[in-house]
Ligand binder design. Structure first.
Ligand SMILES: *Cc1c(COP(=O)(O)O)cnc(C)c1O
Length: 360
């Protein structure tokens, strides 16, 4: 038997898939690792609990393992076209991993500022292997971002944090993909919030599609922060943000105003979840739905569970939850909560294996 399979189209990355909808300089050549086009996975578990259709936007499937790649293809493409030779970012880890990869692809020099001792090993490995110069700062993410801004102001390096509007242009494509797949915008969109660029980008994408008539509605936006770093919930910056979900360990979000606008215009809200809720949501998502995410990425899952426990109803609606980054980024934190790892050791003998497995 002979079978011929012809593939004519591979997902081209978010710039080429959505170029007419992106506000980037016309004709900017795309520096891409074919990011985006990530799966929208149906959650039997959460749909069963809520009586809603719950879909997970699995952003860990991007080239460097988080949604940051969407914004980095646009930011690095534009920086490269502008003649930049070096790029800088402050990072809790994933921005630096993404920036370093795209800078490598573009032939730019990546410079990374991270809070000392607070970066997951996987993310640090990515930045280093992609050739970034990593500088550790005695301080938190917010101090790093201030430094990165000052460096970009005074020296010839381009800043690619999400205060760079090109980042949001790329990141908004996740909203397009969800609406394209579902055939309309969902009723609710839940996601983790740290520096708040992502919620601002989703809102930009959803409102753009709605004003173009591609969708009939925009979703209610609900953002979840870690209790120890929840300035959008309390309304005050956190001078010393603390959480095991390091990707959202941010006390003074750069996109604060845009995030509040997204909440107000969508009729949404912000809420806080504890580290225990986040880590238990991470484990449940992995064991029930087969989706392994990093701790911060589980904040939206912890959020919907918290709301259900408080009597909130999602019944009959369509819900999208963004899970922002891959579980392999930070295995140390993932394993902290599970106690003894593998404690069953046997000889290579089938009866012993069957007995150990409780089969005999
Ligand atoms: C960056 C990041 C976030 C937070 O996104 P913001 O745009 O800063 O709100 C959440 N989860 C992961 C995995 C991230 O990398």
């Amino acid at each position: 038997m002979t079978t011929t399979v012809t593939r004519t189209h591979q997902w081209r990355g978010v710039i080429e898939e959505y170029r007419p909808l992106l506000d980037i300089p016309e004709g900017t050549p795309a520096v891409t690792l074919r990011e985006g086009g990530t799966p929208l996975v149906f959650s039997e578990w959460l749909s069963g609990l809520t009586g809603a259709e719950v879909w997970l936007k699995v952003e860990g499937n991007n080239p460097t393992g988080s949604f940051k790649d969407r914004g980095m293809t646009t930011a690095i493409s534009v920086a490269k076209a502008d003649g930049a030779e070096a790029v800088v970012c402050a990072s809790t880890g994933n921005t630096s991993a993404a920036m370093a990869a795209y800078a490598a692809k573009a032939g730019l020099k990546p410079l990374v500022l991270v809070p000392e001792g607070k970066i997951a090993a996987g993310k640090m490995a990515q930045a280093i292997l992609h050739g970034a110069q990593v500088i550790m700062v005695r301080g938190n993410f917010d101090h790093c971002l201030t430094l990165a801004r000052q460096l970009a102001w005074d020296y010839p390096v381009a800043l690619v944090n999400s205060v760079n509007p090109m980042r949001l242009e790329g990141q908004k494509t996740a909203a397009f993909e969800i609406a394209d797949f579902l055939g309309d915008a969902p009723d609710y969109h839940l996601l983790p919030v740290g520096n708040a660029g992502n919620i601002a980008a989703y809102w930009l994408g959803y409102t753009q599609y709605h004003s173009l008539g591609v969708t009939t509605r925009t979703p209610v936006m609900r953002g979840f922060q870690a209790e120890g770093a929840s300035p959008l919930v309390t309304g005050e910056p956190f001078p010393d943000p603390e959480t095991k979900a390091t990707a959202i360990r941010i006390g003074n979000p750069a996109s604060w105003k845009l995030a509040e606008a997204a909440r107000n215009e969508s009729g949404g809200r912000f809420a806080a979840v504890s580290d225990n809720q986040i880590l238990s949501a991470q484990r449940e998502l992995a064991s029930r739905d087969g989706v392994f995410v990093e701790p911060a990425s589980a904040a939206g899952i912890a959020g919907i569970l918290q709301e259900l426990a408080a009597g909130e109803s999602y019944a009959g609606s369509t819900v999208a939850i963004t899970v922002t980054g891959h579980g392999l980024k930070d295995i140390a934190t993932a394993l902290e909560g599970v106690g003894a790892l593998v404690d069953t050791v046997i000889d290579a003998d089938v009866t012993a294996a069957a007995q150990a497995a409780g089969l005999a």
